[in-house]
Design a protein around this ligand. Sequence first.
Ligand code: CU
Length: 65
Amino acid sequence: METIKVVGMSCMHCVKSVTDTLSKLDGVQQVQVNLETGTATFENTKGLPAEQIKLAIKMIGFEVA
Ligand SMILES: [Cu+2]
């Protein structure tokens, strides 16, 4: 599992957006986003580069710390 810190999530809609976006990435599975801790945990089965994941998050208006 990989865990990233997502900055800027304030409600469950944000959580859903981040969850959906991560889930659409190739090989990314079992996405769990936690609003309280501001983290997203997932299985990166195809070893996507961190930059690509970061960019996908950025495109929907959040930052990866
Ligand atoms: Cu929100």
